[in-house]
Structures are given as structure tokens and as C-alpha cells.
Design a protein around this ligand. Structure first.
Ligand code: ATP
Length: 352
């Protein structure tokens, strides 16, 4: 078990900065998710922790040890990759046993016992004699997990481990992973661009963009209290409505139309954020503003009603019985307490 400390960590390739002076304290036994769009530097950060990539500057500490000069095998981390990285010529048993053998465990009885225990944790006992090519994607994923947990490393590093699975399997493996991490309680750094995966698995999420952490917090904090326009737009599905406009004595206007009384004085260059589930559909004239229905989509558990006003589209999540026709006028009720204001230019959240 170990904490991880990244201190002013930087990775440059020529003039390109992939990871930009990042500092991050990951607690012992914490499940920390690095979340961000493709190319934001998640994998590079993870590879520097593992020792697979040399930092241009900065320090990596694991369990109170500065490990910059330690080889990957000496850092006591176990990695799970997106493509699993299984040895095709070895059986499942051989793959799971491999980390024990390279670390010098000689006793066949001990290896057998530990392989069996790891396989049982991920429901692989029946498949120990198969080779990877005779397994489904989900089963291969389980082998990769079993290989990581067969010895108790100080740290797990997981790089998009679920992204090669189909949507349904991904959701069930996610729950298995959550259960497993609760059982094992080993410090884990998990890389994903999938915000639902981040929200469901993480103790804390570090949202990254352009090589920098934009916000670090619990899933609740990231969702309810986004500090920047980027975080607000990245977290949530359907995404938060982000409407450009201006404030006039506390009234928010989009292209001259009053959307809601939200406070915050008078200024131009403002983005109003409101999550679809925080907007309500009402009869015309009874909400914060009226608008025409652009689309109405039944998703199963709810209906997403998108309206258009002054060229801006705004989506509201309504209950599943809601039926609205395209072109119909509806009222949209905005709860000011459930809105966010951002500075258009800097993307920073504005104080109210
Ligand atoms: P993804 O989700 O697509 O894997 P990521 O956030 O993990 O993205 P990284 O793999 O860390 O992103 O890459 C960060 C940036 O560094 C990218 O723009 C990438 O093109 C660049 N990069 C990665 N490896 C190298 C390399 N060996 N040489 C030059 N640039 C690189």
C-alpha cells in the first residue's frame, strides 16, 4: 500500500508539452481517475508513474520513495492496459503466474494457490487452461486483471482497461472492478476519457486538459461544482447547456432574450450553464422563458426536450410521460440556484 506524489511533473517532446508542471497527491488506498479528452496527457502521466517514460522535469514519489531513477520492475506497480498485453503462447494460468515467476517465486504449490485465488476473484477458474485467442474480450480483460492482482503490488495503474469491450460488457465489468477495488483497497490510478467510468469508479477525479489538471475533486464536487467551463462541459450526459450571452442587472440575456434572473450584476461575455435535469418544462408564459420545441427524444427512462431560442439550443430532461411536438411552444423554468456562470474568455467560473 502506498501514496503517490507527483511534484511539478513535466514531459516535453521537442517544443510540445504533453504534461505541464503537474503536481498531485494521491492518497494511500485511493482510487484516483485521470479523466480528459484524447491527447490531454493522461497516459503520459501514468507512464511516468510506471517508469515507462522519463520525465523532462519533476519528481515521482511512491510510498515515500523518490522513484525517478528506479526501473519499472523495481517500483512495485502492476499495470493493466487497454489492449490487455497477454502472452498469446501462454495459457491463462501461465499468464496469471508470470508476474510471480519473474519475481522469483519458485514453489509450484504457492504459485498454483495464488493463481487460483486471483482467478477466483474474477471468475476465471474454469478457463485456466485456455489460451488468450480462445477467450472473449471480457474474459481477456479478466485475465489481465487477475495478472495484476496475483501479487499484491503497492499500486495499480490502469489505462483505459474497459475501452475495448462492448457497451453492455463495459457496464458489468465496471461494477466488477468497483467491487474488486473495494475488496483489495490498493492505491489505483485509472486513466479514461469516459466521464461515466470516472464518476462511478473514482474516490477522486483529476480532470485534465492540455497537459494540466483543471480540477481535482470527488465525483460529486466535479459534477455539482465545476470550476471551469471545460469541466462543466466535459462532465455530464446529456451535457450541461452552455449558453453564451450577457448579464444585465442580474438578468441573463441570450441574443437579447431574457433567459432567467440569475444575479451577478452586469457584464458581457458570460456563459450560463444549466444541466438538463435542472430545467423544467412548463406551460407557455409560466416558465422563465418561452421557446419552440426543436426535438423531443424518448430515451427510455426520460424524455429529452430540446428547444431553440435566439439561435441557441437548450435541452431539458423531462419525465418519461412527457409528450411535446416539434414546433410547439413551451415554457422552460430555470432554477437560478441550479445555474452556473462562466467568463467566456477565460472559462473561469464567476462568483455570484
Ligand atoms: P488518449 O486518450 O488518446 O490516449 P492521452 O490523454 O492519454 O490520450 P497521451 O497519450 O498522454 O494522451 O499523449 C499526450 C500528447 O503527447 C498527445 O498529443 C500525443 O500525441 C503526444 N505524445 C505522446 N507520446 C509521444 C511521443 N513519443 N512523441 C511525441 N509526442 C507524443
Amino acid at each position: 500500500m502506498a501514496s503517490i506524489s507527483l511534484r511539478s511533473l513535466t514531459k516535453r517532446w521537442g517544443g510540445f508539452v504533453a504534461v505541464d508542471d503537474q503536481s498531485l497527491e494521491i492518497h494511500d488506498r485511493e482510487f484516483l481517475v485521470l479523466l480528459g479528452p484524447s491527447g490531454c496527457g493522461k497516459t503520459t502521466t501514468m507512464r511516468m508513474i510506471a517508469g515507462l517514460e522519463e520525465p523532462t522535469a519533476g519528481e515521482v514519489w511512491i510510498g515515500g520513495r523518490l522513484v525517478n531513477d528506479e526501473l519499472p520492475k523495481d517500483r512495485d506497480v502492476a499495470m493493466v492496459f487497454q489492449n490487455y498485453g497477454l502472452y498469446p503462447h501462454m495459457t491463462v494460468r501461465g499468464n496469471i503466474a508470470y508476474p510471480l515467476k519473474v519475481r522469483g517465486v519458485r514453489s509450484t504449490a504457492e504459485i498454483d494457490e495464488r493463481v487460483r485465488a486471483a482467478a477466483a476473484k474474477v471468475q476465471l477458474e474454469e478457463l485456466l487452461d485456455r489460451r488468450p485467442r480462445a477467450l472473449s474480450g471480457g474474459q481477456r480483460q479478466r485475465v489481465a486483471l487477475a495478472r495484476a492482482i496475483v501479487r499484491t503490488p503497492q499500486v495499480f495503474l490502469m489505462d483505459e482497461p474497459l475501452s475495448n469491450l462492448d457497451a453492455k460488457l463495459r457496464v458489468s465489468m465496471r461494477a466488477e472492478l468497483k467491487h474488486l477495488s473495494h475488496e483489495l483497497r490498493i492505491t489505483t490510478v485509472y486513466v479514461t476519457h469516459d466521464q461515466i467510468e470516472a464518476m462511478t469508479l473514482a474516490d477522486r477525479v483529476a480532470v485534465m486538459n492540455h497537459g494540466r489538471i483543471q480540477q481535482l475533486g470527488t465525483p460529486e464536487e466535479i459534477y455539482d461544482d465545476p470550476k471551469t467551463l471545460f469541466v462543466a462541459g466535459f462532465i455530464g450526459s446529456p451535457a450541461m447547456n452552455l449558453v453564451e450571452g450577457e448579464l444585465d442587472h442580474g438578468r441573463f440575456l441570450a441574443a437579447g432574450t431574457v433567459i432567467a434572473e440569475v444575479g451577478g450584476g452586469t457584464r458581457s461575455g458570460v456563459v450560463l450553464g444549466a444541466r438538463p435535469e435542472d430545467l423544467a418544462i412548463s406551460e407557455p408564459g409560466t416558465g422563465s422563458f418561452d421557446a419552440e420545441v426543436y426535438a423531443s427524444e424518448l430515451t427510455g427512462e426520460s424524455v429529452l426536450v430540446t428547444v431553440e431560442i435566439s439561435g441557441r439550443r437548450i435541452a431539458a430532461k423531462a419525465d418519461r410521460q412527457t409528450r411535446r411536438a416539434i414546433g410547439e411552444t413551451v415554457g422552460i423554468r430555470v432554477d437560478p440556484a441550479r445555474t452556473y456562470l462562466f467568463d467566456t474568455a477565460s472559462g473561469d467560473r464567476l462568483a455570484r
